[in-house]
Design a protein around this ligand. Structure first.
Ligand SMILES: *Cc1c(COP(=O)(O)O)cnc(C)c1O
Ligand code: SF4
Length: 384
């Protein structure tokens, strides 16, 4: 049995209690409200006062809150807030949603639009980077705003302009480009739209003859799982196949409640994949990532990408060295189910697309002799 030091795992905190009534502020909330996603949106935590009702703010959080006004504002669903550890300012749930003073430092190599999406947008909110596929930013809204968001220049704002006009222009553009066979509906978060509005988008894109592959990118099953209703699933089912990519970063985000939402999507026939952003102090240790990937498999989510944190302005405190990502892949491959091993990618600064970065297993390649190592470092040769 191969073992390595990283197998001696430090125990990860148990999934937080999803009993929201243990929080004083939510004590009188009835379940029908808690389970209503419109209630969750309406009752999001958006001010310092609301946040200090559930936790004692650290000084750098207070500073962060002051600065974030009018920039990437804070918005935290009660569901997500309920997962926070009020006693630990390094709680991964809290760190991803509460602004810190560090967010407002500027570094010369950081960018407003790190992947040059705006440059590659023939229509505002439509990114056409790869030959056969496009990314459509359906809305700038999200249930919870991630402090590490790569699209922080856009999300939470209203810069993309009239939605109806944008959708018309997007449909026209895709129709005119017969090479586009794949459309990723993202945001922001498309599941912030009402069912009818989302259906209009899906229906119109599905009706384009060249489109054979349709997917949604969303964090809502994790930040506001009550959005996944029977009605939503029934609607999505009509347009199958639809693949869904879930943004999820830490094992604490997989709760009985979010699992139920993921189950409903899977049972509805939607294949699920995951996208995880590598975040310093949150998920940059191999045993945390391994646990997350394994939990995703149990929930029928196939790990798809781990992203290196982009050079978006204000996210330096979340970025790790690239070696941290390579090390994670090194400690997944061979040590857990192959299905639990995603691709680690850097979205090339300046708009080159996603580039896989991983451990090097090839030692040499010479005159038909191919030398490589396995996950344990043992060397093998293959004669061509
Ligand atoms: C990530 C991304 C896609 C989808 O890429 P896949 O590797 O096919 O998942 C498409 N367009 C843009 C602009 C993207 O950033
Ligand atoms: S859900 Fe996605 S788009 Fe929305 S804030 Fe988080 S990272 Fe940004």
């Amino acid at each position: 049995m191969p073992t390595t030091s990283h197998e001696q795992e430090i125990k990860i905190k148990e999934a937080p209690s999803t009993d929201y009534q243990r929080f004083e502020v939510y004590k009188d909330v009835v379940e029908a409200d808690w389970e209503d996603w419109h209630w969750q949106i309406k009752n999001r935590i958006q001010t310092k006062e609301q946040l200090s009702n559930i936790l004692a703010l650290a000084r750098d959080e207070e500073e962060g809150l002051k600065h974030s006004e009018g920039r990437l504002a804070m918005a935290i669903t009660p569901y997500w807030a309920n997962l926070m550890d009020a006693a630990d300012k390094n709680c991964p749930i809290r760190r991803q949603s509460v602004p810190l003073a560090a967010e407002f430092k500027k570094y010369p190599h950081e960018m407003i639009d790190p992947c040059a999406e705006d440059r590659d947008s023939p229509v505002p909110g439509l990114v056409h980077r790869y030959p056969d596929r496009v990314l459509f930013i359906a809305t700038e809204q999200c249930a919870m705003y991630c402090r590490h968001c790569t699209r922080r220049r856009l999300v939470g704002g209203k810069n993309l302009g009239s939605y109806a006009k944008r959708l018309d222009a997007t449909i026209e553009y895709i129709k005119a480009n017969k090479k586009i066979r794949d459309c990723l509906i993202s945001g922001g978060d498309p599941l912030m739209l009402e069912d009818s509005q989302l259906e209009e988008i899906i229906k119109r894109i599905r009706d384009i003859s060249s489109i054979e592959f349709l997917r949604l990118g969303t964090r809502v099953p994790i930040t506001m799982p009550m959005r996944i209703t029977e009605q939503l699933v029934t609607m999505l089912k009509k347009y199958k196949p639809i693949w869904i990519s879930i943004h999820v970063n830490h094992p604490l985000e997989i709760t009985p409640r979010s699992r139920k939402a993921l189950d409903m999507l899977s049972d509805g026939g939607m294949p699920l994949g995951s996208q995880t952003v590598l975040l310093k102090g949150i998920n940059d240790r191999p045993f945390i990532m391994k646990k997350l990937m394994q939990q995703l498999l149990i929930s029928r989510v196939r790990p798809y990408y781990i992203y290196h944190c982009d050079l978006a302005r204000g996210t330096a405190h979340f970025r790790t060295p690239v070696a941290a990502g390579v090390n994670i892949i090194e400690k997944l491959r061979g040590f857990t189910s192959g299905y639990a091993v995603p691709s680690y990618v850097i979205d090339a600064p300046g708009g080159g697309g996603k580039v896989p970065i991983g451990p090097n297993y090839v030692i040499s390649q010479n005159k038909g002799r191919f030398l490589f190592r396995n996950f344990q470092g043992k060397i093998y040769k293959y004669i061509e």
